[in-house]
Design a protein around this ligand. Structure first.
Ligand SMILES: [Zn+2]
Ligand SMILES: [Zn+2]
Length: 574
């Protein structure tokens, strides 16, 4: 039976073809989104990134000329794409900074006890502030420094921190326990230094001492940074920068294990015992330290004001009602500059995200069909100096945060992930990462992830969530999506992972995997289109640990957090 045989062969080969096409990510996208989708091209990405990461831009250091060129280039591309200026009639949102250099010789943390004084300087005590600091106060220990009403956990219960310097552990309780209410082995929002310092401030503290957990199963933050080398070890250290105007105004110091032990001597128990006790039953172990007075004394060699810019363009939505809502695409344009003849090109970090946001702006603008919600494209300033541009925008939003439905943040989307000193022993890296994309933030919005997974049928990337279970590398709060996570907005960091060129002069445009980078941006384009159109935008899960331990999975709707300081802090109108 020839025909049957032939038709069977035809059916079989068609099935094979579409399967191959499916595996290749060649499944054709719907015609309504095809123009924009097809406009994302490897040769354009390569050309743009070769410029952005070129010697001429001198590593795009915040407040330096090379970064100013990058800012102008992004604004020019947004204008060419036809975006509307999104910052009061301009593409540039000014971000006022103070740049300063700490004086390590004349800055210290001192302990006064029984009439004598002991001082620690860098690296035993690491602290800086954009103005001179002289604070002396009695010390109280406040566990992990966390107030989490929805977890019924409060390190400040039963102590009075007013006028005191609080000493706290880094990170969060039970971090190696997959069943911990603090999001298993993944980080929660409470684990970051900024949130802890804001919480101490809210409780009336005048200074904060942060010490790595004594029973930690990972390097301390200082040890991790030292592992990176590269820009961290250059002859003249990179200056610090801070927002000129910030809700956070309480000075802090990171102190060594040795200094912490000494300060803690009158506590009646060891730091290690108290961490073990908290980890055991999540009951506070906070207490005043008898005869323990600490001074934070910081001086700067130099300090001056400067202005940098977040670059922001808007593509208005097509629906008369829903266009008031926003989908936000972001990256950062700054990197680590130049030192002598060494240039930190920052091709992957974050030339790739900068060029990526620009490519997405062009793609959405080129597509005749528009999404219902409006699209905001932002490339932030001063991420490398502490997420300064994104924290500024979250505090001074260009569009209302209450109706910002999703954030797609791109920071390092151009490389294959490979082992480096920074990550050795801390994260498992699959053998083949040439087609692999890491997504960070699923625990806080499984809805968001469902849309990405569904759209990935057209693209065919390997999606990876390892970093959502990480407690050693702190990935969750190391890029510009994080300030928006603090405002209960579903926000993912799209990230291809670390490699030995990370924060080294060798992070150059020739090493980028442009095939993968284009696929990531096509996936982001399709996902963004869905977010702009879908009837029910992704929900935010305020307490992912509760889901893990309750077995409810993703069925529980997102809820607002009742009122930690960091959530209320800095919430202004748009
Ligand atoms: Zn970056
Ligand atoms: Zn970086």
């Amino acid at each position: 039976m020839k025909t049957t045989k032939i038709s069977r062969m035809v059916v079989a080969s068609v099935a094979l073809l579409s399967l191959a096409a499916f595996l290749d990510g060649q499944q054709p996208v719907p015609a309504t989104v095809a123009t924009g989708f097809n406009s994302i091209r490897e040769d354009t990405l390569r050309a743009d990134l070769t410029f952005v990461a070129s010697d001429a831009l001198e590593g795009r250091m915040s407040l330096e000329n090379g970064d100013a060129v990058a800012i102008q280039w992004i604004a020019s591309e947004f204008a060419k794409a036809g975006l509307e200026p999104a910052a009061k009639g301009s593409f540039l949102q000014p971000v006022e900074l103070i740049e300063y250099r700490g004086d390590r010789e004349h800055s210290y943390v001192a302990l006064k006890r029984a009439g004598s004084e002991k001082q620690w300087k860098f690296p035993e005590a690491l602290g800086s502030y954009h103005a001179d600091v002289d604070v002396t106060a009695d010390v109280i220990f406040a566990g992990f420094g966390i107030t989490a009403p929805e977890l019924h956990y409060d390190d400040y219960q039963g102590i009075d921190a007013h006028g005191k310097i609080v000493m706290i552990f880094d990170h969060e309780p039970q971090e190696t326990d997959p069943n911990s209410i603090f999001n298993g082995t993944g980080n929660t929002r409470y684990a970051t230094g900024r949130v802890k310092i804001l919480n101490a401030q809210e409780h009336g503290a005048v200074g904060v001492l942060i010490v790595a957990e004594p029973n930690r199963k990972h390097p301390s933050n200082q040890e991790r940074v030292a592992r990176i080398g590269g820009s961290e070890t250059r002859a003249v250290p990179i200056p610090s920068q801070a927002l000129a105007e910030d809700v956070l105004h309480t000075p802090a110091a990171i102190i060594s294990d040795t200094a912490a032990k000494e300060i803690f001597r009158t506590a009646g128990a060891s730091l290690s015992e108290l961490q073990a006790a908290i980890d055991r039953d999540l009951k506070p172990q906070s207490r005043a330290l008898a005869d323990t007075q600490v001074t934070l004394h910081y001086r700067n060699i130099s300090a001056h004001a400067g202005t940098t810019y977040n670059v922001a363009g808007l593509l208005e939505g097509s629906d008369p009602k829903l266009k008031a809502e926003t989908i936000l695409f972001s990256g950062h344009h700054d990197h680590n500059g130049i030192s002598g003849t060494d240039i930190w090109h920052g091709a992957d970090d974050n030339g790739s995200g900068t060029v990526g946001v620009v490519a997405l702006a062009h793609a959405f603008a080129a597509n005749a069909a528009r999404g219902k919600r409006s699209l905001l494209f932002v490339v932030y300033a001063a991420e490398e100096r502490g997420l300064l541009g994104s924290f500024y925008m979250a505090a001074h939003p260009l569009r209302p945060l209450e109706t910002t439905r999703a954030v797609l943040n791109f920071d390092m989307i151009g490389r294959n992930e490979t082992e480096s000193d920074q990550t050795k022993g801390l994260i498992d890296i699959p053998a083949d990462t040439t087609n692999r994309l890491n997504l960070i933030g699923r625990s806080y919005s499984p809805d968001y992830d469902r849309t990405v997974v569904q759209e990935n049928n057209y693209v065919g990337l390997d999606l990876d969530y390892r970093f959502d279970r990480d407690y050693a590398l702190n990935i969750f709060f190391r890029s510009d999506q994080f300030p928006f996570v603090l405002h209960n907005i579903p926000a993912f960091w799209w990230f291809t992972g670390f490699h030995p060129d990370y924060h080294h002069t060798t992070d150059t445009a020739d090493k980028i995997n442009y095939v993968k980078m284009a696929k990531i941006l096509r996936l982001a384009y399709l996902t963004g289109f869905q977010f702009a159109n879908e009837a029910t935008p992704p929900k935010f899960i305020a307490n992912p640990g509760e889901l893990a331990s309750s077995g409810l999975g993703t069925a529980l709707p997102g809820r607002a957090v009742s009122g930690p300081a960091w959530l209320r802090a800095g919430q202004h109108g748009p």
